[in-house]
Design a protein around this ligand. Structure first.
Ligand code: GRF
Length: 199
């Protein structure tokens, strides 16, 4: 029983998952990024499904089909998005119903979207945080598995705040994934219920 990690960034959360001995069978990236090197260095299979368009011509459904096809031979039970920069379409939710997880650097439902840390700073909140949740077709939505607050410190920049949030993500995401895997194995009851229409 193994997992796929989808990443587009430095891959520090992927690293934490590997350190926690999660059974990562494959890392899939949508662009050249640090996560590729981490996968290679750790001897983990790497799939590159490079996204060629970031504009209106992007064919989300076709791209999603390519991702599902690339993951299929690895026969994973769970897909963990860890800083993956592409919103995927319905096909992946059909392929792994209720088994796609995501981590988001804010206390959902607050500050959805790609610029969550900047948005929290701009809003002047005293605390933000991170959320691990089951991914659904709605972006940054779906049953919450774990959440932890992180205080905003005077003088914080988006980058200093994001680093402190990521330190928490590196702790709570691997343990939420391990718990979900135990649920899939039947060792524990699933901690989140999904509605059919979310998939
Ligand atoms: C995390 O904060 C994640 O929530 C966000 O991107 C960051 C990924 O960091 N979507 P890294 O690439 O694992 O270091």
């Amino acid at each position: 029983m193994s997992i796929a990690v989808l990443a587009s960034g430095t891959g520090s959360i992927l690293s934490a998952m590997i350190d926690e001995k999660l059974p990562v069978a494959v890392v899939l990236v949508d662009r050249p990024c640090g996560a590729e090197e981490i996968a290679t260095r750790s001897g983990i299979a790497l799939e590159r499904v490079v996204r060629n368009s970031f504009g209106p011509s992007f064919e989300r459904d076709r791209y999603t089909e390519d991702v599902v096809r690339a993951l299929a031979p690895h026969e994973v039970s769970l897909v963990a998005m860890a800083g993956f920069g592409t919103v995927l379409g319905r096909d992946i939710h059909r392929a792994y119903p209720g088994r796609i997880l995501n981590t988001h650097p804010a206390l959902l439902p607050a500050f959805k979207g790609w610029h969550a840390v900047e948005a929290a700073l701009a809003a002047g909140v005293e605390e933000t945080g991170c959320t691990v949740h089951v991914a659904t077709l709605e972006v940054d939505d779906g049953p919450i598995l774990a959440q932890e607050a992180v205080p905003v410190i005077p003088g914080d920049t988006a980058s200093s705040l994001h680093e402190r949030i990521k330190a928490v993500e590196r702790r709570i995401y691997p343990s939420a994934v391990a718990e979900m895997l135990a649920g899939v194995r039947g060792e524990k009851p699933p901690s989140a219920k999904l509605r059919e229409e979310d998939l």
